[in-house]
Design a protein around this ligand. Structure first.
Ligand code: HEM
Length: 520
């Protein structure tokens, strides 16, 4: 007798086969046009060992398939899709806003507070983007730099008094540091380490705590049905309070800013993302954002702007600890920029210093190449078209081709696979070598912020914040793995310190590092 699971399995197999055959009947299949149909070995779609997700985030399946665009069918839905690990194809797709649209369903988890720039498409997205982009600009960049300097100085303080070396969980440190920076450069809110003040009058949780809890319980929030929040389960009640209070805080701030109650007391307030967003919305003559939409965008700035930077920096510091020769090179650079830690130049560093930190920028870019916050994103093809690809010919050489994409195909853009491709980055694509960014490098094959009309609005924000953090930490401390990891070969240190899982973004595990003070 067939079990229920077996019967369901057979039924879905029949369903998938039927849809597949029907599509073949209609000639509705994906062909690699110039090269003629390329026979892709089915075995290339599955990893010889290990997890399917890990396998598709590298270039290996594309190499085994002999093409940079691999057509697939999702097994359960029989949905047509293509896996893309081709820089030119990605550029084509990401630049064609009407031909390839975002699947907004994938961003629903960021839509708790309403429609926002990340979870909309079409005209609605244009409205969000045109107002949101005005909040990012040089004034805000200067604020990002000065606030990162301030937050780091406060964060270092206990370490400075803790003896010549400290062992710390940098994953956790960076979560706080980046949250404090976005709170400050985003809202002119000066959060401090020691549990950030009491709740404001009429609120049940301080703003900082509500924000921190909401950002870090986002999956719990999605996974838990609403009725469970009425049960006496402390973790759920805390998550519920955080979301409710955060929304109330943001709404109140918008109302106050609109009514001019808070006033703009200093230049930094005028430059923060929130004030610039509200002002841009007020000034807009066309369709404005509602209060709900403003609040939803603010929430996105927090989530998009906090997790991504904090995780990237954790990987960067771990990589520097594993590669002391890279760290020393970075130290040489920052020592030249800030020779004296007692000088005004160090304590009041300005955005101008960022232009002198070329190697720090290369370290940041190389980290994002190896650990992009989003390993893949997707788009839907709205019509039939062709896109570029590369295919391996009978002589084993890669040559340009084109692939036909039918309307309704889901295009999975494997950002990480492009970053790991030897076609662009050479045979040492898997190695940490920031020097590759110091001379000519394949710009189209570096897409951690994507490109085209949906390109990340916070790219400059994140870049400035990150090089400031890297440079200033390395100026003061020598980073090293903890003794039990330091004795392992480099590959094992790498495996232990850069382990990741996929959350909202690529998420590192808890990384402990030893920080040895470089100054007396
Ligand atoms: C290392 C840091 C960051 C990385 C790797 C990153 C990556 C990305 C990526 C890949 C997208 C495109 C998503 C898609 O099209 O599906 C995106 C969009 C976006 N990011 Fe970032 N991001 C970072 C930091 C930030 C920061 C600091 C902010 C704001 C303060 C921010 C705000 C946004 C916004 C508003 C969008 C939506 C753009 C649109 O759809 O028009 N990001 N980011």
């Amino acid at each position: 007798m067939l079990s229920t699971a077996g019967a369901l399995g057979v039924a879905s197999l029949v369903f998938v086969l039927a849809r597949w055959l029907l599509r073949r009947e209609r000639g509705d299949r994906i062909l690699l046009a110039d090269a003629g149909p390329v026979a892709i070995p089915l075995s290339a779609l599955w990893p010889p060992k290990g997890r399917l997700g890990d396998y598709w985030s590298h270039f290996i399946p594309f190499d085994r398939a002999g093409t940079t665009v691999v057509p697939c069918i999702f097994p359960l839905t029989a949905q047509r899709c293509i896996h893309v690990a081709d820089a030119e194809a990605m550029k084509t797709i990401l630049n064609d806003r009407h031909g390839f649209v975002k699947n907004t369903k994938e961003y629903e988890l960021l839509g708790f507070f309403g429609a926002n720039i990340l979870c909309t498409e079409g005209d609605e997205w244009v409205r969000h983007r045109s107002i949101a982009r005005k909040s990012f600009g040089e004034k805000n960049n200067a604020l990002v730099w000065s606030e990162t300097v301030r937050v780091l100085d406060e964060w270092f303080m206990p370490w400075d008094h803790a003896g010549s070396s400290t062992t710390t969980n940098i994953t956790d440190d960076l979560r706080h540091i980046t949250l404090f920076v976005i709170a400050s450069a985003g809202f002119s809110l000066k959060l401090v380490r020691s549990k950030m003040a009491r709740p404001s009058a009429g609120f049940r949780m301080p703003f900082g705590e509500a924000l921190f809890t909401a950002v870090h319980t986002v999956f719990l929030r999605i996974a838990t049905p609403r009725f469970l929040y009425s049960l006496p389960i402390p973790s759920l009640q805390r998550c519920d309070t955080a979301y409710t209070e955060l929304e109330r805080y943001i709404r109140q701030m918008i109302v106050e800013a609109r009514e001019g109650e808070t006033g703009v007391s200093d230049a930094s307030e005028a430059a923060d993302l929130f004030r610039r967003l509200v002002d841009a919305n007020q000034a807009e003559t066309g369709a404005r954002l509602s209060d709900e939409e403003l609040a939803a965008n603010i929430y996105v700035y927090f989530v998009a702007g906090h997790e991504t930077s904090s995780h990237t920096l954790t990987f960067a510091l771990a990589l520097l600890a594993i590669h002391p020769e890279v760290q020393e090179k970075l130290y040489d650079e920052v020592q030249r920029v800030w020779p004296d830690l007692n000088s005004e130049q160090w304590s009041s560093s300005t955005l101008n210093d960022s232009t002198k930190l070329e190697y720090a920028l290369a370290v940041f870019r190389e980290t994002l190449r190896l650990f992009p916050a989003a390993i893949r994103i997707s788009r839907w093809a709205t019509g039939d078209m062709t896109i570029p690809c590369q295919n391996r010919n009978a002589a084993g050489c890669w040559e340009p081709g084109r692939v036909a994409v039918r309307a309704g195909t889901s295009c999975i853009l494997n950002l990480h696979s492009v970053h790991m491709s030897p076609l662009y980055w050479g045979d040492d694509a898997a190695a940490f070598r920031p020097e590759r960014f110091l001379s000519e490098w394949p710009r189209d094959a570096w897409v951690p912020f994507t490109c085209g009309p949906h390109v990340c609005l916070g790219q400059r924000f994140a870049t400035l914040e990150s090089i400031c953090v890297l440079a200033r930490i390395v100026r003061k401390y020598r980073l090293a793995p903890t003794p039990e990891i330091a004795v392992l070969p480099r590959e094992q240190q790498w495996a232990r310190l850069t382990k990741w899982t996929v959350g909202i973004t690529v998420t590192p595990g808890p990384v402990q590092l030893v920080l040895e003070r470089r100054y007396k």
